[in-house]
Ligand binder design. Sequence first.
Ligand SMILES: Nc1ncnc2c1ncn2[C@@H]1O[C@H](COP(=O)(O)OP(=O)(O)OP(=O)(O)O)[C@@H](O)[C@H]1O
Length: 633
Amino acid sequence: MSEQSESDDAGLSAARFHEVVQELGRPVLSASDAARILGVSQATASDLLDTLADAGRIERVDVSGDPVVWYPSDLQSFADREHVIAFPDRRELVVEHPEQFTRAQLAQFAHLVDSTRDGAYIYRIREEDIWQAPYDHLDGLLRTMRSVLPERSPHLEEWVERQWTRARRFALVTHPDGYTLLSASSPDLMGNVARQKLEAGEHLRADVSDTESWVNDDAVGEVKRVLYEAGYPVQDQRDLETGDPLDVDLTLDLREYQAHWVERFEESGSGVFVGPPGSGKTVAAMGAMASVGGETLVLVPSRDLAEQWHASLLEHTTLTDEQIGEYHGGTKEIRPVTIATYQTAGMDRHRMLFDERRWGLIVYDEVHHVPAAVYRRSADLQAKHRLGLSATPTREDDREKEIFTLIGPPIGTDWSALFEAGFVAEPEVEIRYVPWGDDLSRNEYASAEGHERRQVAAMNPAKVDAVRALLDAHPDQKTLVFVEYLEQGRILAEALDAPFISGEMRHGERGVHFRAFRDGERETLVISRVGDEGIDLPNAEVAIVASGLGGSRRQGAQRAGRTMRPTGSARMYVLATRGTTEEDYARRQLRHLASKGVRVTEGDAPGFEEGSEGEESGNDDADFDDRDDLDAA
Ligand SMILES: Nc1ncnc2c1ncn2[C@@H]1O[C@H](COP(=O)(O)OP(=O)(O)OP(=O)(O)O)[C@@H](O)[C@H]1O
């Protein structure tokens, strides 16, 4: 711990005092309260507090004459109000009860490392975080940092400035004669870094001056990767191809933050729009298409998303159906605007997809889904405009280097405008604990092991009544019920008289149910894991996760995102069987979601409230390894 938050013989810091208040859970404390929490004698605690009060950092009130104190109950919230503790030496931040906006600000320059049980979130500021910080000028980045950090740290700011500069030492530019130049901010960097690390011939064709080299056009991706790995991310300022002309306009007005995204994309030519699910990234991407005005290849993670994109393009642009093609397992059309799945685009036998037309823009939707094969192919697409879309900061993606070098850096999101415009409804997520439906299941659970044990807990028959009670609590609200297991999906679909959308259902039939859901003819759908991504049902107001949260934490965020639509309060319920590993697992998964801007509460499932014959709380299992993937449905 740095000096900031340690109580040592030099004194008790204001930050540490605040931590003691939080730990105590009330806004006023006595010397004996502080002594117990700090682990010192009452006399020492009293001296430490006096010192802090004498320095004017805290207030002291003598109540010896009348020892009972009262305070406004809303002051209680002070104990669980947002609080940031900085450890500048380690470039680490601990943030307690962070607001969603604070998390959005932090996502601009820091990396979420983990969240603790009592609601604190740990961020770290790495080199890459500063390299990718979406700001035009350093003082914009420093302003954001100062708005979040409790106190200025000149030492930390100097480090940030060094990393900021490092990421602007090399640039790729287009020479007036049309060829690509690598330019360095000094002869030394060109001589001792670029010309040492890069191969003459393969990467660099000729030295043009002591700070410029002619770059092989088909080695641009490699040049960026090599210099990024050497600690020098390259700014890509080249003129990019616009491909064969495509005349397309939007048929709706962009919101302020979307127009900002498109303007920034026009300036840079490549990059990633980062915004919460439902914030309008797809529509903004159509704005980028209109701005580039060139034939466009859109890459998406699933056929459902391809169909969604197709419908959205027809709904929000002047494109005709003849101009739009889909390219995946179901259909193979290559047209001026083609929407392909990553899976198909990554296959060697479909390589002509990239070369058959002169694309001006490649759009990578949900960039955390781009497979290695498509990244490899993207190395040959460096002459085109490249746009990524992502609901989570690209830095939290295990392919952040590929995203940065082969697609582009994050493009600044005007979070204030986005939040003020209310286009992000922060979903409330409620864990609802369900007791065993019968002794048979409880005994089956007790004697099962591993996956089977998890499945028995997940498929607790009492969950059917819990889902019914939740649906009754939300009459006339469109609800998605997510399941991990096919058998559970079928049981619930029958009990609720609702369709069960799973990988076994043909795409055409899925489309029928999605349209009925969207048009209000159907209020409930039961969905297997096939729905984790790509179910873009904008008016899903409630989500019920009947089992698990999917094997990956990101799926949990995606599922919450599916109810995070601009439709007022979006809610998400997660059912977990009391006294089983599901209880722990749900809590851990949702703590992660909480760090994504989601309010999380816990309680008994409706119909099983206090006083029911519910199980004792807590569970007797060894901690459940949450990396295990639950059986796919
Ligand atoms: N400028 C706009 N004007 C009106 N409606 C908009 C606008 N931008 C987006 N929308 C609507 O908001 C919803 C979400 O938009 P969009 O699909 O672009 O968000 P997204 O961020 O791509 O969502 P996801 O992350 O789930 O893919 C859509 O129904 C879309 O029609």
